[in-house]
Design a protein around this ligand. Sequence first.
Ligand SMILES: Nc1ncnc2c1ncn2[C@@H]1O[C@H](COP(=O)(O)OP(=O)(O)OP(=O)(O)O)[C@@H](O)[C@H]1O
Ligand SMILES: [Mg+2]
Length: 325
Amino acid sequence: MTAAVLEIAGLDIVVDGGRGPTPLVEDVGFSIPAGAAFGLVGESGCGKSITALAVMGLLRTPLRRTRGRIALAGRDIASADAAELRRLRGREVAMIFQEPMTALNPLQTVGRQIAEMFVLHEGARWRDAEDRAVEALRSVRVAAPERRVRDYPHQLSGGMRQRVMIAIALACKPKLLVADEPTTALDVTVQAEIVELMSDLCAARGTAILMISHDLGLVARMCREIAVMYAGRIVEQAAAADLLSHPRHPYTHGLIGALPRLGARAVRGRARLAEITGVVPAPTDRLAGCRFHPRCGRATGHCHTDAPPSKARQEGGIVRCHHDG
Ligand SMILES: Nc1ncnc2c1ncn2[C@@H]1O[C@H](COP(=O)(O)OP(=O)(O)OP(=O)(O)O)[C@@H](O)[C@H]1O
Ligand SMILES: [Mg+2]
């Protein structure tokens, strides 16, 4: 049996404030097998990024993990000290963000920043590392990499910067790449190229991906398994094909309805399904019961009072809805 590269179980994250801790993420759990692409989808503010930060061991005050286990390649990150965490980041898991400019150093050439990974994580000599940086840039399909290594981040387009970030992230062949909305800031055509590049490189190297996005269509094209998050909880999780063909949670239904092509098929020819009306509750609302009930056409009495338990879906996976399973 292949060990999971990432295992999360019962994860709770809170934000500390004047009125005490407010839950932001509750009972989140999933696991990603070696080499697999896993998608985490949900609306803005549902807790995708702070879940990713927790995986990287990067949660900072006022955010705090209060419960749950996160294991990277079998190693519980809670028991890892700062040096071990640094080693895990880069060698076991690497992350790319929405806006590469914030992650790149504006004062250093991109070649130097890629080379640094080989020096820091593999003890390579600078000269060798700089040669390898050229190859790393070539591998992310940057033309004329021997020249491009001398560029500074501001000399590159957004898509090119994201290629550099992918080169940095994959430099030391991590087992898992966490990609948090990596294409949201890019033009649609460039988005497709970057997604394809990430998928190809990870498939070729056996690197697993945790792909985070609000775009179910994009995640469905790329990932084998998908978890749908709503207001801090995973409301449904299944194999991508099963989730799209047999959504059980009303929120997943709504997301699929909002997808142009699939939505049209789901409603038999009608071009669009109504958007999910209403807004996501703020964590400070401390809404009881199912967090989706104010927006749900199927909500009944106990949806207002009891949080639905996680139930097995008929086709495999789980769903948290009082009305389905
Ligand atoms: N440093 C922080 N301090 C206080 N609250 C925070 C902090 N970081 C995130 N939050 C809150 O935690 C919740 C989840 O945030 P998170 O950034 O994980 O959402 P997200 O799903 O990534 O959304 P988006 O799609 O907009 O990136 C939000 O309500 C957000 O306001
Ligand atoms: Mg986010």
